[in-house]
Design a protein around this ligand. Structure first.
Ligand code: ZN
Length: 337
């Protein structure tokens, strides 16, 4: 439950003690505070004796206490924020993440198992031996292997080492694919009606794997935790299990446009490292944003897909260099230059 302590310290100050005025505090039956016309902060209901030894309404002493607590809240919140900032590999963006990779995996695993059971029951889950599943698994595993060691990119990469990648296909006309924490990738067969080559499929899979490299799911869950204050506090108050439905909802939120662009950029580099010609990346993206296609996860920032394609093209130079030195001529350039 250490992660929830983090939530509480961000949302309600460093410790969930009486004296907070947040909705969380009220939910938990904590004392409320108010500020009087002189600008002093008081604890407890108006007219009560909030702090032993002080007059009704608090007075200047209560105000000083309020400032002290308020200051502690700000300092505590800021400390928590800074200590939970992580650097994303390759792009070097700093983002705020409250949950650990282990906790993220627990949430992802629950959602993944539920989803597989549901699709299996509906008769839509393709068997592991199916030729399309094997195709996706072959390409995806190759890219995932490359993503295990990204130490040359800097940033947080240790979470990539313990992953057990799984690839499952759902028989559905939907043009979609997504990844859940822990390396669980789900692909809808509708994709095969749009993509024209293995390399284009590699771009989609690399994009999903890149979301994991960048811990975008953890970022989404964190946003869910901090914006849905009641959900997090309700979990705490009710002693709910860590794997709670409100937090799983965070996984179902669409990624931000920033995350999508980041997954495109990282994905393109990953596919190049795995020796899939990166020129196919923008092609795949452009095809997927074509007319009549649904709004898949990796195009959730639609209708700005043209911008995404042109952003992806800007990353092509670097990716091509990696591809040429590592994969062409049997890695000749990498060995001799
Ligand atoms: Zn995406």
């Amino acid at each position: 439950m250490k992660w929830l302590e983090g939530v509480v310290s961000v949302l309600a100050g460093p410790r969930a003690v009486p004296g907070r005025s947040t909705p969380l505090g009220r939910l938990l039956g904590l004392r409320t505070k108010y500020t009087d016309s002189s600008g002093y902060t008081h604890f407890g209901k108006r007219g009560e004796l909030p702090i032993p030894g002080r007059g009704a309404g608090g007075g200047r002493g209560g105000g000083a206490f309020g400032y002290l607590v308020g200051g502690a809240v700000v300092v505590g919140g800021a400390t928590t924020y800074v200590s939970h900032l992580e650097t994303i590999p390759y792009t070097n963006r700093r983002h705020f993440v409250l949950i650990s990779p282990d906790q993220e995996r627990a949430l992802g695993s629950k959602m993944y198992q539920d989803l597989l059971a549901q699709q299996r029951k509906a008769g839509k889950l393709l068997p592991q031996g199916h030729k399309l599943t094997r195709l996706v698994k072959g390409i995806g595993s190759k890219i995932a292997k490359e993503a295990e060691d990204l130490s040359d990119w800097g940033g947080k990469v240790d979470h990539m080492k313990k992953l057990k990648w799984e690839f499952n296909l759902v028989d559905s006309p939907e043009v979609n694919a997504f990844v859940l924490p822990g390396g669980k990738v789900v692909v809808y067969t509708g994709l095969f009606g749009v993509l024209k080559s293995k390399e284009e499929l590699a771009m989609v899979l690399a994009h999903e794997i890149a979301h994991t490299v960048a811990r975008h799911n953890a970022e989404k869950i964190t946003q869910q935790m901090t914006s849905t204050v009641l959900a997090a506090l309700a979990s705490l108050a009710l002693g709910a299990d860590f794997v709670s439905t409100p937090l799983i909802l965070g996984l179902q939120l669409p990624y931000s446009r920033q995350c999508e662009n980041e997954a495109d950029a990282i994905g393109l580099q990953l596919m190049a490292r795995a020796c899939f010609a990166p020129q196919n990346g923008p092609k795949a993206m452009s095809r997927l944003s074509g007319e009549g296609n649904a709004m898949p996860e990796f195009l959730s920032t639609h209708p700005h897909s043209e911008t995404r394609v042109s952003n992806l093209k800007k990353e092509l130079g670097k990716a091509s260099e990696v591809y040429e030195s590592k994969c062409l001529l049997g890695g000749f350039r990498a060995r001799f230059f």
